[in-house]
Design a binder for this molecule. Structure first.
Ligand SMILES: *Cc1c(COP(=O)(O)O)cnc(C)c1O
Length: 392
């Protein structure tokens, strides 16, 4: 079976060899500094992908109760699971306390109070890290910055003392340290060095070490190269962790954790789609594909652009607006995209679809769920083992 045969399109195609190389490099670079990596499972919760990541010894960063359940079901160690999110429900908090994961990354004073109350009712200790909003610009799309005053995430430094005081007073809260996450698809290292400087200041100003902190979690956000995925398939983890090590000035005894999502999985996935129709417009020509925003939401959600390749043709280069079949004008993969002459029936590959594509799949327009296929050593397989189906 290969990509040009008659697999029903659209489908996700994952290169597991590239995934393993990426994980190898991330792990090696982190090990040099004794850093711990949690995989941000919201980037892709496909069980084959998460199974491989688990076998590399990584932990998991979850943003919902169901992700916590899935991570445990998938065999990740509970003591390596962290749980963030601005809107944890009472049920999610209860369920997470039962599962005894490593810690909650708490995003508001009120959430901290609720965790304290529920933990006390259940007579269970809640390990917590406080997510601080550091006011650092991530220089990325406005929908994926998270560390500015205007963003909903984290505790503002003005409320941090009050939250630390509650941790100190409460019998049921076990304070583990601080958590930060400033945004996603950050392609310059400057915001990360700025983040470290803010962490150093906050750590000192609030005397975090005296609170018995043992960890600092710096979140994720390292970007990937969407323009040239073949030329630059693996992010520079070495430089990323190097910049952190250079700029962070907190006691050596503090364990430093990261939550990488996109940088681990984005480049290993492609979305394969068939051209349904071509159509002439005024001054342009449309290519209408059988994949749409339902299989890859990033373009319509954040004006993201994915490289598009015609894998059935190598003719003369023309310009096309490549659009999906969904009844929304934002269902556009790219405008004036240069492609070899493209016709009905050709297969296109949308590159860098390993992160925030399959995990964001929508059923809008009652679309059929796209399947996933996996390539190892040039061979493609579709794994339908019941054991591999998600638990939630
Ligand atoms: C989404 C998210 C991440 C991962 O972000 P990437 O840009 O995919 O690395 C990490 N931490 C938290 C809290 C998140 O919400």
């Amino acid at each position: 079976m290969d990509t040009t045969s008659d697999i029903n399109t659209p489908y996700y195609l994952y290169d597991l060899d590239l995934l393993r190389q990426t994980l190898d490099q991330a792990r090696q670079a982190a090990n040099q500094h004794n850093y711990h990596i949690h995989y941000a499972i919201k980037a892709n919760h496909n069980p084959i992908i998460t199974g491989i990541i688990r076998d590399y010894g990584f932990g998991v960063d979850c943003v919902s109760g169901n992700e916590v359940i899935e991570a445990i079901h998938r065999g990740f160690a509970a003591e390596k699971i962290v749980y963030a999110g601005v809107g944890k429900s009472d049920d999610e908090i209860r369920q997470t306390l039962e599962s005894d994961i490593f810690c909650f990354n708490v995003e508001s004073m009120e959430e901290l109070q609720v965790i304290d109350e529920i933990a006390s009712e259940m007579e269970k200790t809640a390990r917590v890290a406080l997510r601080v909003n550091p006011g650092v610009k991530a220089h990325t799309h406005k929908y994926i910055t998270t560390g500015l005053d205007e963003n909903k995430f984290g505790i503002h430094p003005l409320q941090l003392q009050e939250s630390l005081d509650l941790c100190r007073r409460s019998k049921w809260l076990d304070f583990k340290g601080l958590h930060f996450h400033i945004g996603s698809q950050i392609t310059s290292l400057q915001p990360f060095s700025r983040l470290c400087q803010r962490v150093n200041e906050i750590w000192e100003e609030f005397d975090i070490s005296s609170m018995g902190a043992t960890i600092l979690n710096l979140g994720g956000g390292l970007g990937v190269n969407y323009e040239d995925p073949e030329g630059d398939p693996i992010p520079d983890f070495q430089s990323f962790f190097g910049v952190i090590a250079e700029n962070l000035k907190i006691p050596d005894s503090i364990q430093v954790h990261f939550e990488l999502g996109r940088s681990l999985v984005a480049q290993c996935g492609n979305l394969i789609t068939r051209v349904l129709y071509t159509k002439k417009g005024v001054d342009k020509e449309f290519v209408i594909t059988d994949a749409g925003m339902t299989e890859l939401m990033r373009p319509s959600l954040y004006q993201a652009r994915h490289k598009i390749e015609n894998i059935s043709s190598s003719g003369e280069i023309c310009k096309y607006d490549v659009v999906g079949p969904v009844c929304e004008s934002s269902d556009v993969f790219g405008k004036a995209v240069e492609l070899p002459v493209t016709r009905r029936g050709h297969l296109l590959a949308l590159k860098s679809c390993g992160a925030y594509a399959e995990s964001m799949m929508l059923r809008y327009n009652m679309r059929t769920r796209a399947k996933s296929f996996f390539k190892t050593s040039g061979k493609i397989s579709h794994i339908t083992n019941a054991e591999m189906i998600s638990s939630v």
